[in-house]
Design a protein. Structure first.
Length: 76
């Protein structure tokens, strides 16, 4: 877990050319929304969706909403 605090690859995000879906949770304390917004700004072909009033485990606690976001992205 300590390595996650110091391992930084933001400078490489601009090299990701694929369409990428980023899902943030507004109350995520492990990966804060601001971090996801920074990633989104660096990735030229990314989409960012914020799940409001959700924490880090949004895929488990807000499964229908997260699934809908993923399906919408895949249909594009």
């Amino acid at each position: 877990a300590e390595a996650l605090k110091t391992h930084n690859t933001y400078d490489r995000l601009k090299d990701i050319k694929n369409q990428t879906l980023l899902i943030a949770a507004s109350h995520d304390r492990l990966t804060p929304q601001v971090s996801m917004e920074k990633m989104h700004q660096e990735m030229p072909n990314s989409s960012l969706v914020v799940i409001e009033m959700a924490g880090h485990f949004a895929p488990m606690t807000r499964t229908p909403e997260v699934n809908e976001v993923i399906l919408d992205f895949l249909e594009e």
